[in-house]
Design a protein around this ligand. Structure first.
Ligand code: FES
Length: 295
């Protein structure tokens, strides 16, 4: 395997905050996984320990240390999708691709995996392919989805399929629903949190669309100010264990019933979002801080 591009990838991200994650993202884009030798090269050239690099690589579900196909197909097997025949969809992908969940086709074109709830239960069964979400998938849609992936999902006519879909989140500590139907943003219930910064507290409403960055705050913050997010019901701080892939700041963690997690960057002006599939509950349940102890 040729690793000449690793030098260029590292130079492209030199000095950026959170550059390690960006470097790993580019390596994964290039090879469809993180080869061991590439990670060793990153350690040698950046001076970051291999242990720290592996820590990042294994924390994010988006990264894989095992070879993956050019196209990653994730079928939701959460309860709502399961009862709407998601197992039959997995079966159909298996029949058409000749691989089971967790396997990659011999030509390295496709990897098939199953995931827990993606937070869009009302639209299930949900299938995610190369970052694009297909809703209300039926067995008869499987061949069309495979063809779309082969022809380049970005260029395909997406019809009713979309990268954004309405999600529903709850507090990882008290389990209370965080969706606010009375304050819709972009036509869907918003995610309602309490926000604090520099001694100011107020409400914050975030778009409930998976890929949207729209937010409304009671007290607008200055650029790059660090925010803290709290559950408006139990008042626990919603802090996760990971940092933003774009700006390197800590991310708040909101639970999606079924096991996935929505991470939201705590830096005003960034507000990056990241949907982690298949459970990172430990990252959200070990970080409870009372509202009374922090601003
Ligand atoms: S169970 Fe599939 S999106 Fe919720």
């Amino acid at each position: 395997m040729n690793f000449e591009c690793i030098d260029t990838i590292i130079k492209n991200h030199h000095g950026e905050p959170g550059s390690m994650i960006s470097i790993l993202e580019d390596i994964q884009d290039r090879y469809h996984y993180l080869p061991k030798e590439a990670l060793r090269m990153v350690a040698r050239k950046t001076g970051i320990s291999l242990v720290d690099i592996y820590g990042v690589a294994t924390f994010y579900k988006a990264f894989s240390l095992q070879p993956r196909g050019k196209h990653l197909i994730s079928v939701c097997l959460g309860t709502a999708c399961h009862v709407r025949s998601a197992p039959a969809i997995v079966e159909e992908f298996t029949r058409q691709l000749g691989i089971g969940p967790g396997e990659t086709t011999e030509d390295k074109d496709f990897t098939l995996e199953t995931v827990n709830c993606l937070g869009a239960c009302a639209l299930g069964p949900i299938v995610k392919v190369d970052g694009c979400y297909f809703s209300n998938v039926k067995r008869s849609d499987v061949s069309r989805i495979i063809q779309k992936a082969k022809s380049g999902i970005e260029n395909a006519s997406m019809e009713s399929d979309s990268k954004d879909f309405p999600i529903s989140v709850c507090c990882p500590h008290c389990g209370h629903d965080l969706m606010d139907e009375k304050h819709p943003i972009e036509g869907y219930p918003s995610i309602s949190l309490e926000i604090s910064f520099n001694g100011t507290r107020g409400w914050g409403k975030f778009s409930g669309l998976s890929g949207s960055h729209l937010v409304e705050f009671e007290h607008p913050a200055s650029p790059e100010v660090q925010l803290k997010f709290y559950c408006p019901h139990c008042r626990a701080e919603l802090i996760g264990n990971s940092n933003c892939m774009d700006c390197g700041q800590p991310m708040a963690a909101l639970k999606i019933p079924g096991g996935s997690v929505l991470l939201v960057c705590s830096q005003w002006g960034c507000m990056n979002r990241f949907l982690c599939l298949n459970g990172m509950d430990s990252s959200v349940e070990t970080n409870t801080k009372s509202l009374s102890t922090g601003n």
